[in-house]
Design a protein around this ligand. Structure first.
Ligand code: ASP
Length: 437
């Protein structure tokens, strides 16, 4: 059995967190590929090292000295080293960094030092070899990850060392320059490493005991989701839940590797296990897996008596596409259709869009309604089960919430409703109370 484990910024924020990581790693000999983010916040008032490095760069850009911030960063790493009794040469490394900075180091390389130093310290603390992401994570000249090359290099490093610590979030382009991934990219490195070595599981250690069924700011003490499918995770992420984004899990999903989200501060908790398929004869029998939603949508309704719907609809879609406003949902009526679009994406183009629709579709009327929220209930167990949507709509209706749009994917994995923004939280609570048990 082989586990690739990734620790996020809060899991490596200080010496105390490093100790927890060591206990987790050493309690299971299968955990042999360790990926780390840069040290994150130790408490609410603290700063992430990555943010401080970006701040350093902003100072440089405006010709202001970044020495003070650099010293703060150096001090954070020195504290971790000293509290853990390590010998990593922080002073020498920072002298080198300053020298490079003076010569004009690029921003990606500067910011990548957060994960680099964190991983160097972690490797020494765990007594494992450090493998630099710059030597094994490759981007093409187009800036896209070269996954095959990356897989080969990580697999080769693993074959050589048998266990290792790898910094997340960065790699190299063919010219040798360091390139960063998007923010939170340590998750991608973890997934790449798991896929490269064919791990049996990819453990993603963070500071929550798995994914919760609903946003805890809206629902009090929502239950954690013990297991879910990759399809459900994708729906929840798309609908705005703060879970791992699709591109960061693609490498493991493709290779059929399960993903386990765990809590460094509560290592006994099983967290959330995500797999391609779940044996439905076991586990909990919950109707809904999770609930998520987003505010900030507009409904554009186009009305025309006896309209040739397909022609008008395709024209309206083309117009929205021209203005780069992605259509989230479409509902069709006999003499009308409604398009749900992100209000921000429409922006000021809304007037042009309406004018173009009037010109090209010749409708009787076009109506526009802002302030819409979309709420999705996601669950593989809703699939092909009669009566689910009926129960859902009844509960929402009884709470006095008016449903403005309804959409269900063809795979029946999610039911998405559009409600007034002021009803957003009520709709989520009703769904949770009625169906989460
Ligand atoms: N340190 C980077 C960030 O703060 C990447 C990561 O944490 O995964 O975004």
């Amino acid at each position: 059995m082989l586990k690739a484990v990734k620790f996020g910024g809060s899991s490596v924020a200080g010496a105390g967190q490093f100790q927890k990581v060591r206990e987790i790693v050493q309690s299971d000999p299968d955990r042999r590929i360790i990926v780390v983010s840069a040290a994150g916040k130790r408490d609410g008032k603290d700063h992430k090292i990555t943010d401080l490095l970006y701040l350093c760069n902003a100072h440089r850009t405006y010709g202001v000295s970044c020495e003070e911030i650099l010293q703060e960063i150096e001090e954070r790493f020195r504290q971790i080293r000293d509290e853990l009794g390590l010998s990593f040469d922080i002073r020498g490394e920072f002298a080198l960094l300053r020298e490079k900075l003076n010569k004009g180091m690029n921003v990606d390389e500067l910011v990548s030092r957060g994960e680099y130093f964190t991983a160097r310290l972690m490797a020494e603390y765990l007594g494992l070899p450090f493998v630099d992401a710059a030597d094994c994570v490759s981007f093409g000249m187009d800036g896209q990850l070269d996954r095959e090359k990356t897989y080969q290099a990580i697999a080769a490093a693993y074959a050589e060392h048998g266990a290792m610590v790898l910094p997340g979030f960065y790699g190299r382009i063919p010219t040798g320059r360091i390139r960063l991934m998007p923010r939170g990219g340590g998750d991608i490195t973890g997934a790449l490493a798991a896929a490269a070595v064919g791990a049996d599981v990819y453990e993603n250690w963070t500071d929550v005991s798995g994914i919760l069924m609903a946003d805890p700011r809206i629902v009090k003490d929502p239950k954690p989701i013990r297991e879910m499918t990759y399809g459900e995770l994708r729906e929840l992420a798309f609908m705005g839940a703060s879970v791992l984004q699709e591109d960061s899990i693609l490498p493991v999903r493709e290779k059929g590797i399960p993903l386990n989200i765990r809590n460094t501060n509560e290592p006994e908790a099983p967290g959330t296990m995500i797999r391609e398929r779940i044996d439905e004869t076991q586990g909990e029998d919950r109707f809904i897996t999770g609930i998520a939603g987003r505010r900030g949508f507009t409904i554009l309704t186009v009305m025309k008596h006896n309209m040739e719907q397909s022609v008008s609809l395709s024209r309206a879609l083309t117009i929205l596409d021209q203005y780069h406003a992605k259509v989230e949902h479409i509902t069709l009526g006999l003499d009308s259709f409604a398009l749900v679009v992100s209000t921000a994406a429409l922006g000021d183009a809304v007037f042009e869009v309406i004018a173009d629709i009037k010109k090209n579709c010749r409708p009787d009327d076009v109506d526009i309604k802002d302030g819409i929220a979309l709420v999705a209930s996601v669950g593989r167990k809703m699939t092909f089960r009669p009566g689910v949507s009926g129960r859902l709509f009844k509960a929402i209706g009884e709470a006095g919430v008016n449903i403005r749009t309804i959409a269900q994917g063809a795979d029946e994995l999610a039911i998405v409703i559009g409600v007034e923004e002021e009803d957003y939280e009520t709709a989520i609570r009703i769904m949770y109370e009625g169906f989460a048990g």
